[in-house]
Design a protein around this ligand. Structure first.
Ligand code: AHR
Length: 657
């Protein structure tokens, strides 16, 4: 019998069963690391360009391989390639139209449209010059696509270009209505003068924390609201590249945005049934922005760098990898990254960080080398990275990989190798079905405590039905995570994946947060992560169930549990997942209490759904969300009935008598 069926069965047969859980309050266990729960960001599903990165112009530098992809042109428009930005040389020249009733101009389609809100402000900017001198007048318009027949101008501004030298011009537009699928048009106005345009950009003024090269506020806020302890970036497979030249290169993503080269995004062609030929990386959301975001959401940054391997899934030609004796530039990239994050302002890379606006170090503590790599080809490349980083920066913790699978040949080979190389943490990935999640509650109970720690770096419960982000897989993630928490001495980081998905542009599901051009929505899995992260506590508290140590194996009565002490709040925190279809009677005993202390009042957050197939949608984003209630404790004991299919987090005050 499948473990899922078994657990449900156990729950059913245990209908009305009484579960006695005891917290050993006088035997506090392992420290829960501040990094324990966090976020993994990858530019997949239009998570960065078209998503979190608030730029609204697609192909703003005319650097996609089809240079005018995303643009329509009218009249005299010529593509040129001797522009002011060395790494983005293309720009367009608008020349006077051939007839007074014709227009020269451009239209950008945005990412699934250009989305604006009534009454808000949008900053248009463009680098421009008038090569023949004089003045060129530009009319900048946002049009809707709702109106029948002709489109309506919903915001406009005028820009006068008055220099033969390249200069940045800006204008603020205030839309008179909300439009999710508008377009941006730029017309050359009469009397027409030839004008050159480069790096055409449109951002909301109201970005996250108001940064000009900023992030979509609603999406960044959801990251902050999760209370993450760790922020892993920029991928995922995009770190690797199908060919080595396509790999993510952090040095291409720092410095002025105008000069950050466009890179392909392998998610544009990975799945032919989810094919997005206009999916590229602008680099506008680059390593400086990632570090800054980590700081602003209170998470420790965890950058992942290429180890000299191309994506082993996409490209099995050994000669495509970087030979081991030619890894020096790649290793130097890692060392330079540490200097960029932490170095003094008079160091080469520390100075760039300061020039970009952050003289103080970012406090980088972790670096991952290689994403989801496997085989001896990984180990032999990782080794020289480890040696060089240890020598230059012994304080930095190095994260290695256990490959793409949660068990099996690659996993069994890589773990001992990671031990041998003395990696500080090993990144495990598991996109697995329901029965795996139900059977893995005790996964870490018997891990070797002497070797590297575990980073559960990418995981999600995948249950293929009509819906993917429904409640049931989220509940199984919650159940599984009790095992991470009970083993916090060995598991020190965990991040669900992937994080974001645009409803019109996704390649991979399930995902934690879905969005369209104007709205965003947390899934049930988001709330599970948030409930863990916001209630991670500081030390594990041993739990017994019906007087036996709670192992999480198969979930006793379909019930999974963990408990922590939160020293900052002086509270015990208990997490319980009822994966069964039946209610569960629970009594919690607080054993080993000092005589002068009692358990005072408490609160309970409940994430539940009578229908395990229910899911949040953009039209109904609040269908599943945590509900808070108070709980009454009686004589260091608390009883409740857990709903079928529910996850609860309870906090109990410890007070002096
Ligand atoms: O999260 C999606 C992908 O899954 C990641 O890019 C990769 O690391 C894994 O295979």
């Amino acid at each position: 019998m499948a473990a899922s069926a078994l657990a449900v069965c156990m729950g059913m047969s245990a209908s009305g069963a009484h579960n006695e859980l005891t917290l050993q309050t006088n035997k506090l266990g392992a420290k829960v690391q501040p990094t324990m729960y966090g976020l993994f960001f990858e530019d997949i599903n239009y998570a960065a360009d078209g998503g979190l990165y608030a730029e609204m112009v697609k192909n703003r530098s005319f650097e996609f391989p089809q240079s005018l992809m995303g643009w329509m042109t009218y009249g005299g428009v010529e593509l040129r390639n001797d522009g002011p930005f060395e790494r983005n040389p293309h720009y367009v020249r608008l020349s006077p139209a051939s007839h007074p009733h014709k227009h020269s101009g451009l239209e950008n389609e945005g990412f699934f449209g250009v989305a604006v809100r009534e009454g808000e402000e949008y900053r248009f900017s463009v680098w421009a010059r008038v090569p023949d001198g004089g003045e060129a007048k530009l009319k900048v318009v946002i049009v809707d696509t709702k109106s029948q027949g002709e489109s309506q101008e919903i915001a406009k501004a005028r820009v006068t270009v008055d220099s033969k030298e390249w200069k940045k011009y800006t204008a603020v537009l205030k839309p008179k209505m909300t439009e999710a699928k508008g377009k941006l048009r730029i017309f050359l106005e009469r009397p027409e003068t030839t004008v050159d345009l480069e790096h055409v950009s449109l951002f909301p003024v109201d970005t996250w924390k108001g940064h000009e090269n900023g992030l979509r506020r609603d999406l960044a806020q959801k990251l902050a609201d999760l209370k993450p302890g760790i922020f892993r970036f920029p991928g995922g497979c995009i770190v690797e590249g199908t060919e080595i030249g396509d790999r993510y290169q952090w040095k291409n993503t720092v410095g002025p945005v105008e000069n950050r080269p466009t890179n392909q995004n392998r998610w544009h062609y990975t799945f032919t049934n989810r094919f997005y030929p206009d999916y590229y990386q602008s680099g506008g959301l680059g390593f400086y922005e990632y570090f800054l975001l980590s700081e602003e959401i209170g998470a420790a940054p965890l950058p992942v760098l290429n180890v000299g391997l191309v994506c082993q899934y996409q490209n099995d030609r050994l000669e495509s990898h970087v030979p081991v004796d030619r890894l020096d530039p790649y290793i130097q990239d890692a060392l330079d990254l540490i200097e960029f994050a932490n170095g003094p302002v008079d160091s080469e890379w520390g100075q760039l960080r300061a020039d970009m606006g952050h003289p103080a170090p970012f406090g980088l503590e972790f670096i991952a080398i290689g994403n989801e790599q496997w085989g001896p080809e990984y180990v032999e490349r990782l080794q020289p990275f480890v040696e060089a980083i240890r020598k230059a920066y012994p304080e930095i913790k190095i994260v290695g990989s256990s490959g793409p699978n949660s068990e099996g040949k690659d996993f069994d080979y890589l773990w001992p190798e990671m031990r041998r190389l003395k990696a500080d943490l090993v990144d495990e990935h598991f996109y697995r079905p329901a029965d795996w999640f139900l059977s893995q509650g005790a996964r870490y109970d018997n891990y070797d405590r002497k070797g590297p720690k575990v980073f559960a770096g990418e995981y999600a419960c995948h249950i293929k039905n009509k819906k993917w982000n429904h409640f049931y897989p989220a509940l199984l993630e919650a159940a599984f995570m009790t095992g991470l928490e009970r083993n916090a001495d060995i598991v020190q980081m965990a991040t669900y994946a992937p994080l974001f998905a645009h409803v019109e542009g996704w390649q991979w599901r399930p995902d934690m947060i879905w969005f369209d051009n104007l709205r965003s929505m947390p899934t049930a899995s988001y709330y599970v992560q948030q409930l863990y992260a916001a209630n991670k506590g500081t030390q594990v508290v041993p739990l017994t169930m019906d007087k036996k140590p709670l192992t999480g194996a198969e979930g006793q009565n379909g019930l999974f549990a963990s408990a922590v002490w939160d020293a900052d709040a002086s509270q015990y925190v208990v997490k319980l997942a009822n994966t069964s279809a039946e209610p569960q009677e629970i009594t919690l005993h607080f054993a080993g209490m000092k005589k002068n202390r009692i358990i005072g009042s408490g609160t309970m957050m409940t994430l539940a759904s009578e229908n395990p197939d229910a899911e949040n949608t953009l039209d109904n984003p609040d269908l599943i969300k945590p509900v808070e209630s108070g709980v009454k404790v009686d004589g260091n004991q608390f009883s409740t009935t857990m709903k079928p299919y529910s996850f609860v987090v309870m906090r109990f005050d410890l007070v002096n008598k």
